[in-house]
Design a protein around this ligand. Structure first.
Ligand code: FAD
Length: 468
């Protein structure tokens, strides 16, 4: 049986489903193919959503253990009920994936369950779970197949003892000794969850710093705070293998700059060393598209067009591997296909690390500005001097705003502190409108709120910080 569509999207993650919904809204006849039974992709099933559900629950547990007494709240014997914690996480995932299904239906998108393969210009073959194949005919194909975790030589992932994010989000018991390979965003979020629930966490990182894309001053403050929370850091270390013994795991490593190797024991190892685009068996060769050596599909025209009538969005193309970036890509492509304008400014895509404290940034950091020879002025404000942070007993961290010398245009903002994942949006809006830091400094912010720290940092650029 053959059908003709305006758009066939391969992949039902944030890139794919947002593209499908927008295409449906724009009146395009649209199909979205997803090989898993649940829509939502990595983000909803094994990424953003389950990790945030566990980060929130584990933080409540940690707060009850460490912070309540200082607030005058006495609790009886605290007990962890891990199965219930995991069940509430699953409930959040289930509700949201069903929500995506509803939205596709509401916008008249055909949701097709199966594995999609491009078999020529305007042709996508779908193989269902029972092996039955159908070919869909379409004017436009959108590749939204996302990414998969990478590993290291000498490490065999089993998702039980040696795990990626998938296994780390579903452990059935709190491991006594947990080793985390990779001090990036995903690793630190997962390490924080299990440290709060009682694991002794050691973080092994090849580089001599944590969170490589973050501003160095923010990363340094973060490491100091995580260390106080009990995470042990072994920086500048190269992991060479993980041996699976019956009673334990033995992880071998050596200094990245060379030197004697050593081993550490663990009950669970989380491998969080990065992700690569997932394009396996996609039939890219049939339309003359070959990904680069990292597997990234490169556009040939504009940001998203990879061949005539073929577009790609999300984790499988250049740009930050983030759900909101994939969503923006998907929306832009649907609009381009409908003959409208569509563009995403990757410099204005915010990054958030949902640890405690949170870390957030947008735009360029100090190292990038220095490397580019840009003259800038810095305004910095500590949460220790913010009245709301003081009342909440959450005074760790600061807000830093960087503005161009002369024009005062905001070039970047870098924050660490409780709630900064929400506060970064203010700077995204300001930067979208090409604001000067004085615009933020002269905008009224409610008192007492944490967001006053953003205003004070902007005032700092102007040289007239007021609070304390
Ligand atoms: P995906 O979400 O990976 O979706 C791709 C979909 O395509 C999948 O469902 C896959 O099954 C399907 N597919 C692949 N090939 C085929 C095929 N041939 N046929 C049919 N279907 C196919 N980002 C954030 O912004 N915030 C966060 O807090 C955050 N937390 C994260 C935490 C973890 C642990 C991880 C791993 C990631 C996190 N991310 C976060 C990143 C985010 O999940 C991704 O950037 C986002 O999911 C990318 O969306 P996508 O649509 O490009 O791909």
């Amino acid at each position: 049986m053959s059908e003709t569509y305006d758009v066939v999207i391969i992949g039902g993650g944030p890139g794919g489903y947002n593209c499908a919904i927008r295409a449906g809204q724009l009146g395009l006849k649209t199909a979205c193919i997803e090989m898993h039974s649940k829509l939502g992709g990595t983000c909803l099933n094994v990424g953003c959503i389950p990790s945030k559900a566990l980060l929130h629950a584990s933080q409540m547990y940690a707060s009850a253990q460490n912070d309540f007494a200082g607030m005058g709240i006495k609790v009886g014997k605290l007990e962890l009920d891990l199965p219930t914690m995991m069940a509430q996480k699953e409930e959040a995932v289930e509700g949201l994936t069903k929500g995506v299904e509803f939205l596709l239906k509401k916008n008249k998108v055909d949701r097709i369950h199966g594995k999609g393969k491009i078999v020529g210009k305007g042709k996508v073959e779908v193989t269902a779970a029972d092996g039955k194949t159908t070919v869909l005919e379409t004017k436009n194909i959108v590749i939204a197949t996302g990414s998969e975790p990478t590993s290291l030589p000498g490490i065999e992932i089993d998702e039980e003892r040696v795990v990626t994010n998938t296994g780390a989000l579903s452990l059935t018991a709190v491991p006594k000794r947990l080793v985390l390979i990779g001090a990036g965003v995903i690793g630190l979020e997962m390490g924080s969850v299990w440290a709060r629930l009682g694991s002794e966490v050691t973080v092994v990182e090849y580089l001599d710093r944590i969170l490589p894309p973050a501003d160095a001053e923010v990363a340094k403050e973060a490491q100091k705070t995580f260390k106080k929370q009990g995470l042990e850091f072994r920086l500048g270390m190269k992991v060479t293998g993980v041996e699976k013994l019956k009673s334990k795991l033995k992880l071998s490593m050596e200094p990245a700059k060379g030197g004697d190797s050593e081993t550490i024991d663990a009950d669970v190892v989380i491998v969080a060393v990065g992700r690569r685009p997932y394009t396996e068996g996609l039939g890219l060769e049939s339309i003359g598209v070959s990904p680069d050596k990292r597997g990234v599909i490169q556009p040939v025209e504009g940001q998203f067009k990879v061949a005539d009538g073929v577009w790609a969005v999300g984790d499988c193309i250049p740009g930050p591997m983030l759900a909101h970036k994939a969503e923006d890509d998907g929306t832009a492509v649907a609009e381009l296909i409908a003959g409208k304008a569509g563009h995403v400014d990757y410099n204005l895509v915010p990054s958030v690390v949902y640890t405690n404290p949170e870390i957030a940034w947008v735009g360029q950091n100090e190292e990038e500005l220095k490397a580019a020879g840009v003259d800038y002025v810095k305004g910095k404000f500590p949460f220790m001097a913010n009245s709301r942070a003081r009342t909440n007993h959450e005074t760790v961290g600061f807000v830093k705003i960087l503005a161009e010398k002369g024009t005062d245009r905001i070039l970047g903002a870098h924050m660490i502190g409780v709630g900064v994942g929400e506060m970064i949006a203010e700077i995204c809006v300001a930067m979208e409108f090409g604001a000067a830091s004085e615009d933020v400094a002269r905008t009224s912010h409610a008192h007492p709120t944490l967001s006053e720290a953003v205003r004070q940092a902007a005032m700092g650029v102007e040289g007239w910080t007021m609070q304390m």
